[in-house]
Design a binder for this molecule. Structure first.
Ligand SMILES: [Mg+2]
Length: 366
């Protein structure tokens, strides 16, 4: 049971934790279009506040992606189930090792309560990690046992007219790599236009938008233009097509839509060279860490990606970025107005992980 006190916070009665959500609609800085959806002017995201019985609170972000079966309404619908599931564990323990096992247990209970819903689970998982790290007085990366030294992030440009993408590439030229969304009407012209103003590595992401003949025609051109990798050229279930292209391609093929959770990795081993791990797909920062480790064991190159989260979701992802070969954590940078503070990008385009206990993110004062 939960109700509200005068300050608008959740008051828990008997339960170790209670959750409250806030849905935010945030405009993009530039219109953002990818191959498998219509152009979007704004994102909808659900911020989750996790409260413990002592009145502490943690922040998480449940970013709903329709492609993976989630909307704001499904997040709200499954949250009571997840809340009930994690409350089975009671209060978290007071040592690092026990807390890690406790958080992994919470994740297992959520997976047992309902399948899929990685975004909603991510909100709870990150909210609990923030809370537990604060209780222990350690930054989140220390709770996870990861390094704060992380690779720089790339920056993504959506599908648009080649001259528009070229102008945006010029503005983003200080990033050490650009990720160009393809699968539109003028992919080659777009990549030529970007290459004219940008000398660094170009990563292309077709978001399932190519047919095999598109890939075959474009592959020599991508090599000529110095493209570094090809992300998700074909539909998620087209494993044989992915294998066919990887066998022909000197560039790594990276599975994103095909690689949702750790359960997808074995099927993709020997098919593609890389996988893109995202907290929103796999259910949070704990599941992402386990998926990155398992993918490395299986010999994949690793990308750590994101949706268009605020700095709540990006800060959580940054805590496991030290495990990745390619970091694609630019979601909050694509937003016109990130309502949170505490996460900064340094001059080398690396997210700075601080010693602040927990996630280190707070609502920006109005
Ligand atoms: Mg992708």
């Amino acid at each position: 049971m939960r109700d509200w006190d005068d300050a608008g916070r959740v008051r828990t009665t008997g339960a170790a934790f209670a959750f409250a959500t806030e849905t935010l609609r945030i405009p993009f800085r530039d219109p953002f279009r990818i191959a498998r959806s219509e152009p979007d002017q704004a994102v909808t995201t659900v911020i989750l506040n996790a409260f413990d019985a002592d009145g502490r609170s943690g922040l998480g972000e449940a970013f709903p992606v329709r492609y993976y079966g989630e909307t704001e309404a499904t997040v709200e619908a499954v949250l009571p189930l997840l809340e009930e599931a994690v409350n089975e564990l009671g209060s978290p323990p007071e040592t690092l090792d026990e807390a890690r096992a406790w958080l992994a247990g919470a994740s297992e209970l959520m997976d047992g309560a309902i399948g899929h819903h990685g975004g909603a689970k991510c909100g709870v998982d990150v909210g609990l990690h923030d809370l537990v790290a604060q209780r222990l007085g350690v930054p989140l990366y220390e709770l996870l046992g990861t390094s704060p030294q992380i690779p720089p992030t790339d920056f993504s440009l959506g599908i648009d007219a080649p001259e528009v993408v070229r102008e945006r590439a010029g503005r983003a030229a200080h990033f050490p790599a650009l990720k160009i969304k393809v699968g539109g009407a003028a992919d080659l012209e777009t990549l030529e236009a970007v290459r004219a103003v940008y000398a660094g590595p170009i990563r292309v992401d077709a978001n399932t938008g190519w047919r095999p003949e598109d890939a075959e025609r474009l592959l020599p051109e991508l090599e000529r233009l110095g493209v570094e990798l090809i992300e998700q050229p074909f539909a998620a279930h087209e494993t044989a097509q992915l294998r066919w292209l990887q066998e022909r391609s000197p560039l790594p093929i990276v599975a994103d839509e095909s690689a949702v959770t750790v359960m997808d990795l074995e099927r993709l081993a020997g098919v593609v060279a890389g996988v893109n791990v995202k907290l929103t797909k796999c259910g949070g920062v704990g599941p992402a860490l386990r998926m990155l480790r398992r993918a490395r064991e299986l010999g994949f190159k690793l990308m750590l990606g994101c949706m268009e989260e605020t700095s709540v979701g990006i800060a959580a992802a940054a805590t496991v970025a030290s495990l990745a070969d390619w970091v694609d954590l630019d979601g909050s940078l694509l937003l016109a107005d990130d309502p949170f503070e505490g996460l900064t990008l340094d001059h080398t385009c690396r997210w700075q992980l601080t010693r602040v206990p927990g996630l280190g993110i707070a609502r920006r004062p109005d």
